[in-house]
Design a protein around this ligand. Sequence first.
Ligand SMILES: [Fe+2]
Length: 279
Amino acid sequence: MAAMTDFSIHPMTAALGAEIRNIDLREPCDADTVAALRVAWLDNLVLIFRDQDIGEDDQVRFAEYFGETVGARSKDRTDGGDRRLMLISNIRENGEPIGLLPDGELMFHSDSVFLEKPLMGAMLYAEEIPSTGGNTMFANMYDAYDALPDALKDRLNGLRAVNVFDYETQVRTGRFDRSKAPHATHPAVRTHPETGRKALYVNRLMTEEFVGIAPDDSDALLSEALSHAENPDHIYEHVWQVGDLVMWDNRCTQHARRDFPGAERRLLRRVGLEGDRPY
Ligand SMILES: [Fe+2]
């Protein structure tokens, strides 16, 4: 059993991200350790655990310390594997990817924001990593909100936005087809239920428009808000190594993936944490 004094916290950037050292996630954690890790998570938004040689059971057990877990939908995991985990991979068997989101870069987003209750957080574990690329950039949405001009803060605080799960149309055309895609309306600025802090809550990959304003105004406002969301000043870019477990708070961060060589294998396992309705 890992005792609380075992681990240390090493911030990666001024904005967000901290490496947690001296903890072996194959071992169960005691309650004090879990409580201290949760504080570190709320303070740093993204926690990185390097050199972890963990199996699927270890990953799920660790995730369960922080909330109810969310795995793969049955149609997402047809390889007979453990549905408590979702695979993110470009590896193909019989021509079909064994995981989701197989190829290339991915625009900034927070996970499952197209649902009424988007994930609270998620944990991604690296099994196979290409020799270059595929880095994940994490952006701090508290900082993005805090840096907004007051007039823009006031405007966004009163608005709700529609978020759509339609990667394909969005990546191809920059628009969405809401008629055939899951979508949900959320506040453009949300309040974190644990810290009480406000976070900008619109993203390039899934936010289609603000509710109740003219389309041209909505487009202009969204583009302005996104430029703040993606400001490099509050981004930590994670360069993956095999054995990394990265855990992010999905309520106050966004993430994006850089491109990587399609001919090289990339395999990560994700466990989600159930969230609540943003307010
Ligand atoms: Fe994601």
